[in-house]
Design a protein around this ligand. Structure first.
Ligand code: GAR
Length: 194
């Protein structure tokens, strides 16, 4: 007799355009054991909310009060019971109570080779501009667990790309996004596999 295996749930947090969120949603769309259950965003007009809606994933906006004070976001997460909380371009610091409650279940993607180019204010294009200004010969992506400090949790996965002299920050951003699209869903799938 076949037994029903419960579906593993992912909740994505994102603040911006949401191309990674979309890529993850599409990757797991026809996956038998994993679903993206919710997209949460702290920006009312974030592109990610529209993308989630178009892909028929429940999407909701929350404010600072709900995240840091009233525990509304924590309680929603407790109700959903996700196996993994995935930060894909999410720019607010995670509150300690959510981190404690979901210890080892919250991961983030950072568009550089941590510990380089991490920390407060280092996100998105700011990272790529700094990388080019410093004439780095390589950059990449880091997928890591989330702890109380920005970009300091244990590293799960890194991938690199070379930078030729004269490469613009926009070109670096493009290469880094390509790495993100290729690897992020696969790493999530591995973390969720028994
Ligand atoms: C991604 O490149 C992600 O690595 C980065 O924001 C971008 C979001 O793009 N995250 C950070 O910088 C976090 N510090 P997207 O909205 O198109 O997925």
């Amino acid at each position: 007799m076949q037994q029903d295996v419960p579906v593993k749930k992912i909740v994505i947090f994102a603040s911006g355009n949401g191309t990674n969120a979309e890529n993850i949603i599409r990757y797991f769309q026809d996956h038998p054991g994993v679903e993206v259950t919710y997209v949460f965003s702290n920006k009312k007009n974030a592109g990610v909310l529209k993308k989630a809606h178009n892909l028929e994933v429940k999407a909701l906006f929350f404010d600072r009060e709900a995240f840091y004070k009233s525990n509304e976001v924590l309680h929603l997460l407790i109700d959903v019971q996700p196996q993994l909380i995935v930060l894909a371009g999410f720019l607010w610091k995670f509150p300690e109570n959510i981190i404690k409650h979901f210890e080892g279940k919250i991961i983030n993607i950072h568009p550089a080779l941590l510990p380089k180019y991490g920390g407060k204010g280092m996100y998105g294009d700011y990272v790529h501009r700094a990388v080019v200004e410093n004439q780095e010969e390589e950059t990449g992506i880091t997928i890591h667990y989330v702890n109380e400090n920005y970009d300091e949790g244990a590293i799960i996965f890194q991938a690199k790309t070379n930078i030729k002299p004269g490469t613009t920050p926009e070109e670096v951003a493009h290469s880094v996004h390509e790495l993100e699209y290729k690897h992020f869903p696969e790493v999530i799938e591995k973390l969720l596999s028994p």
